[in-house]
Design a protein around this ligand. Sequence first.
Ligand code: GLU
Length: 432
Amino acid sequence: MLRFAPSPTGDMHIGNLRVALFNYIVASQRGEELIVRIEDTDKERNIEGKDKEILDILGLFGIEYSNVTHQSENLRYHRMMAIQLLQDKKAFNCFCTPAELEVKREVAKKTHKPFRYDDICTHLTADQTIDNENPFTIRLRRPEAAVVTQDLLKGEISFAPEDIDSFIIMRAEKYPTYNFACAVDDMLSDISLVIRGEDHMSNTPKQTAVRDALGYDKTMEYAHLPIILNNEGKKMSKRDDASSVKWLLEEGFLPSAITNYLIHIGNKTPEEIFTLEEALEWFDLASISKSPARFDIDKLKFINGQHLRNMDAKELSRYVGFADEAIGQVAKIYLEEARTLKELRPKIKAIFAEKVIPEEFTEQAEIMRKVIMKAPHFEEFNDFKSYVMKESGLKGKNFFKPLRLLLTGAGNGPEVADLYVYLKDFMGEIVK
Ligand code: GLU
């Protein structure tokens, strides 16, 4: 079983979408199920409705899963496991107050040492623990030996006990910390492989330590994906618009193109342009680059243009607001100069909109408009052109410029002759 475990705390990041895609692909390749676990334990950071938005995005990208749960539904298991760890003396109650801990943290800072909990509460007697009415957290006892995990991308990773520390698993309010909830949930769902972002690497030993302490001996493999960098070589953050899947969709990028791009970056793919179904055939998680991938919007635009080109003309027509194959073909011609739906839509709209003709050509355009309105149907552009030229008496720039403006609503663009092939049946509507 694989899982995708997003937090409903903001717009879906492209790094998360990449994680979801890889989980989906690997689950399909292995013939295992993929579940979605919405990690909503951090109540203050949760944003209402984001869970639904995440699921909608997964649907849009064709990422199928067998079940959705919310981490908060598992609270009773988190509490039960914490009690078990206390009974087994693998965990202990900690009565240190936040203020006391802050002082210790300050001391560590002054001596340039990383803060480690000093295990003072492990020395409390049973009576001292039971009679104490003060608030307490529950900490996992630091492991005695190094914790080793297998990472499909990075190999074997070993963490020293001091780096795992006796960390908090249940807060004073008796809600689990993120690492504890995640470790328990992965165990209860029988997860075989965790694919997630590299930013979670430091959580892995803690989560493994929790399962070790609970006596879970099945090996859970990991694959920590390198982060995605922005243009300046920094981690793509919320401040980079393109990090938001929603923004990319609003900008007119197709899900299939975003998918193609996210599988292509930091990877050697047999083709540059492909579909998710094709990637299922050859995708190899182990061959993903170990160094961070750099996000390149121009490359994404290029890939998007190719996906628009490969799209069925009728479907493309719907994307630009029509339901006619011929308009889809017109849109394909405009792909010479537009690579996203947002760039494409106004160009097609302009063809059918009321035309604003520069003063220089208003007179000629008016003459031409009347001629075209009365013109018979011509299959060939050349016949149409000869007819309009003859009837209007216009030629040269005075013919071609107003013709382009009348037919496309723009002063320049693709060859009018190429467009005419698909626009010829709409002349009345175009020059009305
Ligand atoms: N909830 C975490 C996140 O959205 C993912 C944790 C995980 O995959 O283990 O970054």
